[in-house]
Design a protein around this ligand. Structure first.
Ligand code: F6R
Length: 238
């Protein structure tokens, strides 16, 4: 696991972009694993600026997102499908049919998505306050594949900011790539900022390999880069 600590979120997004850009430049038909949430917003803005200013093309690029809420309309403003279109897809020349965001609430839908996720060159991840990656909450077996998840109270509480600050409006379930699916990616880039991620970042990097902190599994990945700002790094001791 390679760790980079940046001064702030802006610098974090620029460092993350450097890692992403190296992969984008490595071949034209790169397969990207993408995440939603607040953490990657700055990185996506860097990618959009690079497309506009330097002409980096997404024409042959294929993407697979990590997760989506269950029982939410695809076009709902809070769906992860909408998020991806607003933050990235509609601003670059990617073919809509090459973008994939999981959808559905059945084991069959999860299996179908899992079978489709292939050859991810770089998987982007954020981390939950409880150490989740994707929506793999604490206790999820490391070998789990794409599945339907019941979200924890901690995760729903963290995400209520997108739902009028009302936890009751946050969906209770999601469809998420499993940890096993995530770990198949050739390279992993995890980004985290802010003090409320400091405990999770510490457990991921310095804690034991344990399903209590799903992100600790990344200690086992052969090519994982973690970029955090000083606030998220503030509890690291080593
Ligand atoms: C999003 C995802 C989640 C988030 C995590 C952090 O697709 O899979 O694991 O990365 O909840 O969310 P933010 O970035 O909003 O703090």
């Amino acid at each position: 696991m390679k760790l980079i600590i940046t001064k702030d979120y802006n610098e974090l997004s620029k460092e993350a972009f450097k890692v992403m850009k190296e992969v984008l430049d490595s071949k034209k038909d790169v397969v990207l694993g993408l995440a939603t949430g607040s953490s990657p917003v700055g990185l996506y803005a860097e990618m959009v600026a690079d497309h506009k200013n330097n002409g980096t093309s997404y024409k042959d690029i294929v993407t697979y997102n990590l997760d989506e809420y269950v029982d939410i309309d695809r076009n709902d403003p809070q769906s992860y499908y909408t998020f991806m279109n607003e933050q990235l897809f509609s601003h670059v020349d990617i073919k809509p049919e090459n973008t994939h965001v999981p959808y559905g609430n059945t084991a069959e839908a999860a299996k179908e998505y899992d079978d489709a996720v292939k050859g991810v060159d770089i998987q982007l991840l954020g981390i939950g306050r409880n150490g989740h990656i994707g929506f793999n909450e604490p206790g999820t077996p490391f070998e789990e594949r794409t599945h339907i998840v019941e979200l924890t109270e901690s995760t729903r509480d963290a995400n209520k900011r997108f739902f009028d600050n009302d936890i009751n409006k946050v969906p209770t379930h999601a469809i998420s790539q499993g940890i096993g699916t995530v770990m198949d990616a050739k390279k992993i880039l995890l980004i985290a900022n802010g003090e409320d991620k400091a405990d999770a970042v510490k457990a991921m990097i310095e804690g034991p390999l344990s399903t209590d902190c799903p992100a600790s599994v990344l200690q086992n990945h052969p090519d994982c880069i973690v970029i955090v700002d000083e606030a998220a790094a503030s509890k690291l001791t080593k």
